[in-house]
Design a protein around this ligand. Sequence first.
Ligand code: SF4
Length: 436
Amino acid sequence: MLEGKKFFIHTFGCQMNLNDSEHVASLLSKSGASRTDSPENSDIILINTCAVREKSVEKLFSYLGRLKDQKLNKGSVLVCLGCVAQLYREKLLSKFPYLDLVVGPAKYQELPFLLSRPCLEPAVLSHWEKKWVELPISPEVRESQVSAYITIMEGCNNFCTFCVVPFTRGREKYRPLRAIIEEARQLAEAGYLEVQLLGQNVNSYLDPESGADLTVLLEKISDIEQIKWIRFLTSHPKNFSLEMARTMASLKKVCHQLHLPVQSGSNRLLASMNRNYSIEDYLQKIGWLKSLMPAISLSTDIIVGFPGETDDDFGQTMRLIEQVKYTNIFSFRYSPRPLTRAARLKDDVPEEVKIERLIRLQRRQKEIQLELNNKMIGQKQKVLGLGCSKKGNLFTGRNEGYQVVNFSSSQPVKPGLVEVKITGAGAYSLRGEVST
Ligand code: SF4
């Protein structure tokens, strides 16, 4: 259908979006198109977008503005995908009249048909599918040869008051367990060593056919011999159970690493965010994890400057990071998102206060990371080598804690698991050499 056409995909946002781009690339490749690595050489430009923060939408709008000349001079087809497509729909076509298609995440399977029509009419496709739609990924479009994403669920029923995801991804729907296991088996046969199970709220996963939960899914993937490491994200603290922590500790292939978004250290703000846990509940779960897996690597998301955040609320967040000692945090200034309940609250923390709090938080977190990483010097760690590092003369990979490790080796290193002696540490990465 699309023989001879070249396509380019630019992805904004999280792992879910990266995985969605792999799905789209697979659909177009199967229809005869080939992927290029620059918009200038392509007949079809697809932009996979993120609506989670105002800043990501601003970046997208500026990118779309820069593509105008390319679109008008070369006549490429311009397609907006993802959460911004779902959220803004027709508004995108009026703001950027040179866009050809606006397609939300539930309608990607229609892209080959839409793009192969002889006369392309500007169109918006954004309705929800209630059932799971299987979109297989061909191995050649995967970003990595050794580590693969597998989507296990999509959407969210939680309606945190700041979050736009329930409006862009819809309500939760779960992929059948047999389809997930089949994909994991195929990946194992193709040489993949690590799988990362993805979804907005993976701990609420239930197989629509048998009712099996995430612990059962992890056990079944662990049985696939060639798979060595398993990760999963994102976990909501309210759904993270003691049974889940015990499963992580007991299954050898499940990495001792967890992203557990807290958002704030203040119970008052957690209630206002509709998070449905208290900081005491959260810390109890951290306690289970640390007692069952003492070396676990923990990361989190934190919003500063949520409506009504006082110095005292922020002080509680600062105390939390001292207590937990996260390996990494993703911290952001609050910005109101369309359709959310928090957007109706007064955005009353002045911008300069938000910036000052964010700087204080990130500065202290950087020191914590450096302290933690320095303690790793001298350790021998397994690292999943992914290829050459940005500097070109080193190899790069991630350890079990999902930290970046740049390492040297006297021999060429193929992507795969290697043992690395840690010889140096920065706040954001480790250095090492392949141990002999
Ligand atoms: S759990 Fe909350 S923050 Fe996470 S996707 Fe759902 S609504 Fe958004």
